[in-house]
Design a protein around this ligand. Structure first.
Ligand SMILES: C[S@@+](CC[C@H](N)C(=O)[O-])C[C@H]1O[C@@H](n2cnc3c(N)ncnc32)[C@H](O)[C@@H]1O
Length: 201
């Protein structure tokens, strides 16, 4: 959506928003920010919670999209490598200092694994794509997977991924880590994404 259209619609809805108008405004806001800040609703509270849990760890953001999450985390001292097959920033008209953040690796994140990472972030992996399954399959004992997405049947990841993550011989669900993130994480309107943290046994 063009900025002018967004501003016009916002102005119209702001005159008589009501509950429906407010929801539409939030949905429009999400559509507007995804191309720059990505799919996660990354508030300061979520960045702080992630930083508290991940500081000192070597982190891979697998399929980092715009790289915004990695950028925010590195700003608060997390050692994070952003990897995506596509560099969306390359062709985007952006204000360099405000919106341009770089990928560390342009390529297949699966090829970087298991590597020397302690933790792998998998935020909003595409639905029905093998990517989430392939990333999780490559993790070695001790590495953790920080999945942000919807549960099975939602709009992220794949059945193969959820089947794999249910295998209790392979994964320990770090319930308290997921809970501490979800206490502060607020999905965008209409979304049901939550954090799950798994450790490879
Ligand atoms: C729905 S987007 C989510 C982006 C970002 N993680 C976020 O939360 O905004 C999924 C991303 O995964 C990337 N991707 C898919 N397969 C990949 C692969 N094999 N290696 C690296 N990135 C991949 C896509 O290019 C896309 O940017």
């Amino acid at each position: 959506m063009r900025d002018e259209d967004f501003e016009t619609l916002s102005a119209m809805l702001a005159t008589a928003p009501g509950v429906v108008g407010a929801k539409i405004l939030e949905l429009l806001h999400r559509e507007k920010v995804i191309p720059t800040t990505g799919y996660a609703n990354l508030t300061d509270a979520t960045v702080d919670a992630l930083a508290a849990a991940l500081k000192g760890a070597r982190v891979l953001d697998a399929g980092s999209g715009t790289g915004y999450m990695a950028h925010r985390l590195s700003e608060v001292g997390v050692d994070v490598c952003a990897c995506d097959v596509v560099d969306v920033n390359e062709s985007r008209e952006v204000e360099p200092s405000a919106h341009r953040w770089k990928l560390d690796v342009r390529g297949n994140a699966v090829d970087l694994l298991p590597g020397e990472f302690d933790a792998v972030i998998l935020s909003w992996p595409d639905i029905h794509s093998p990517f989430a399954f392939e990333v999780a399959s490559k993790l070695k004992s001790g590495q953790s997977l920080w999945y942000l997405g919807e549960s099975r049947g939602g709009c992220t990841a794949s059945d193969d991924f959820f089947n794999l993550m249910m295998d209790e011989q392979l994964w320990l669900l770090e319930t308290w880590l997921g809970r501490s993130l979800n206490e502060v994480y607020r999905p965008y309107t209409g979304m049901k994404d939550r954090w799950w943290v798994f450790r490879r046994i």
